[in-house]
Design a protein around this ligand. Structure first.
Ligand SMILES: [Zn+2]
Length: 112
């Protein structure tokens, strides 16, 4: 019954460019093809840069009827993406973004 999934690559790359390569949630610079630039710009290690990989994030989840259209995909770093999906309370993207912002202000996000 489920629709065949098209690659997220295109909408993700478009979102990446529209967001100037910054994460939808935490605003940190991400990388799409190679972490090199991020490593030198942010002075992070290779390991740290792994969490800055650009991922496609659905604003409305598949199970809630969200699709892979450009309007429904934003670019988020791997860290924020994984953290969101590990949560049990299923915050909406807007609420999650606000939470990330609050944590960032307290210096309690992405402790590396
Ligand atoms: Zn992020």
């Amino acid at each position: 019954m489920s629709k065949p999934r098209i690659s997220l690559k295109k909408p993700r790359n478009r979102a990446f460019n529209q967001q100037q390569g910054r994460c939808y949630y935490c605003g940190t610079l991400m990388w799409a093809k190679s972490p090199k630039e991020v490593i030198s710009k942010l002075k992070v290690t290779k390991k740290q840069a792994e969490s800055l990989m650009c991922t496609g994030e659905h604003l409305t989840a598949h199970r809630d009827g969200g699709d892979d259209s450009y309007e429904n995909i934003v670019a988020a770093c791997l860290y924020c993406n994984q953290k969101r999906h590990k949560r049990k309370d299923d915050l909406s993207p807007v609420k999650y973004k606000a939470l990330v912002k609050r944590r960032l202000e307290k210096g309690r996000w992405r402790n590396w």
